[in-house]
Ligand binder design. Structure first.
Ligand code: HEM
Length: 142
């Protein structure tokens, strides 16, 4: 088996575990933020196309896998925004204000959303790895 094909198999496993992780982590935000489904959709596509390319190493399967890898890259970057939008939009202080208000009313801080700031980049990493595995112009080592 070639290293390229082995890396595509690795991406398949990565997409599977990311999909499971995000299904669990996003379970409370799926309802209020439909965009939270996008990493699930793209990781399922990543899993399917990587398995296809892994099983049949042919140009059509590789092209489809490359397109999905590009989507993984983009959705990961979008997730970086969604997980940190309070910082980007300067809402941080306002949120703290709400939290303080909730605290006064006896609501615990556990009710807040805590999106891990850089976790979405793991999707982008899978996409980059897949693009590297299928990039046709690598030079051979001497
Ligand atoms: C490994 C990847 C990811 C992990 C582990 C992860 C995990 C989480 C967690 C733990 C939360 C907080 C949930 C809660 O408060 O109940 C969250 C929120 C959220 N995530 Fe992710 N996420 C990932 C990737 C993504 C991606 C790629 C997107 C979008 C393209 C995304 C969109 C969102 C949105 C919209 C929220 C709600 C944020 C808010 O309420 O302010 N996530 N995520």
């Amino acid at each position: 088996m070639s290293l390229r094909r082995a890396l595509v198999g690795f991406v398949a496993a990565g997409c599977l575990f990311l999909m499971i992780e995000i299904l669990i982590s996003h379970r409370e935000v799926f309802g209020e933020k439909p965009v939270a489904w996008s990493p699930i959709i793209v990781s399922v596509l990543g899993l399917l196309t990587s398995l296809w390319a892994f099983a049949r190493w042919q140009p059509l399967a590789q092209k489809a896998f490359q397109v999905v890898c590009f989507l993984l890259l983009i959705v990961g970057l979008a997730g970086l925004y969604f997980h940190n939008h309070e910082l980007f939009e300067g809402e941080h202080k306002e949120t703290e204000g709400h939290a303080a208000l909730g605290h006064e009313k006896g609501e615990g801080r556990g009710e807040e959303h805590h999106a891990p700031p850089f976790a979405p980049l793991s999707l982008s990493g899978m996409g980059i790895l897949g693009l590297m595995a299928t990039y046709p112009k690598w030079k051979q080592d001497e």
